[in-house]
Write a protein that binds this ligand. Structure first.
Ligand code: GLP
Length: 255
């Protein structure tokens, strides 16, 4: 498999041939982490980007290459309000794409609750659970068209922990493709904050497709600013960005 590695602004960047190669690279990094440490704490992302990676992790599990029984997971975010049985909830997504197929212990799965009445309590408990687990060993991220990571929308406070987010119009519109209509997209979400993400020991951000090319260039080469939440990753000391050729279109000439 052909891959090209670059370093820019402290970020390690792999440009892979296509979506499948990007997914394979990300899956191999997660598998390596799990092999290195059986009880790794994984930070997990949703969206269409990591689906191929999850498929490969399931295959590796079925081939007895990796084992989830001591793995602890924390998902980045969940819509609010939403019930876990709603097919568009991130709880449902995780079952469908990963959890139902592997031997992860149910009590080790953490996803912010989209249905608890007391939001402050939910957020505080989530931060405490992450801290108790010793922080995240490997955090997987996608990126929104507006530069969000998790649901940390532009103008975020970098120091925030898990919190309630008002979703941007742009995010609601982008995510409406999964819902029957744009009106059905929840207007809020609970998301890990930038602080939680930055405390992760390793971060892997994946992106695919031409629609992400502009925001990636800005994130990698532009200033660190709350207007583009993902730009904060330039200040982390172990970030790997895995792109396919389309997502890398604008950045490639600069690297
Ligand atoms: C969603 C999620 C993010 C995800 C992003 C991109 O709103 N909250 O965690 O990275 O949008 O999604 P996609 O991979 O479908 O482009």
């Amino acid at each position: 498999m052909k891959d090209n590695k670059y370093v820019y602004n402290n970020l390690k960047i792999f440009i892979m041939e296509d979506y499948e190669a990007m997914s394979e690279k990300a899956a191999s990094m997660v598998a390596a982490q799990m092999t290195l440490k059986n009880d790794s704490v994984l930070g997990l992302a949703t969206g269409s980007t990591p689906e191929g990676m999850y498929r490969r992790l399931v295959q590796r599990y079925q081939q007895h290459q990796i084992d989830f029984h001591e793995i602890i997971s924390f998902n980045l975010d969940e819509y609010y309000p939403i019930l876990p049985e709603n097919k568009e909830s991130y709880a449902y997504y995780m079952e469908k794409n990963l959890f139902q197929f592997v031997n992860i212990a149910r009590q080790n799965i953490h996803i912010p609750s989209g249905s608890h009445q007391n939001i402050d309590e939910t957020c505080k408990a989530y931060d405490q659970a992450i801290a108790k687990a010793g922080n995240i060993d490997l955090q997987i991220l996608g990126i929104g068209n507006n530069g969000h990571i998790g649901f940390n929308e532009p103008d975020i406070k970098f120091e925030a922990g898990t919190h309630l987010v008002e979703l941007d119009e742009a995010t609601i519109l982008a995510n409406s493709r999964f819902f029957e209509s744009v009106e059905d997209v929840p207007k809020k979400a609970i998301s890990m904050g930038i602080r939680n993400i930055m405390h992760s020991k390793k971060i892997v951000l994946m992106a695919s497709g031409i629609a992400k090319a502009a925001v990636l260039k800005e994130m990698i080469t532009g200033p660190v600013t709350p207007n583009l939440p993902a730009s904060i990753l330039q200040l982390h000391n172990d970030v790997t960005i895995i792109l396919d050729e389309d997502a890398a279109k604008e950045i490639k000439a600069i690297l």
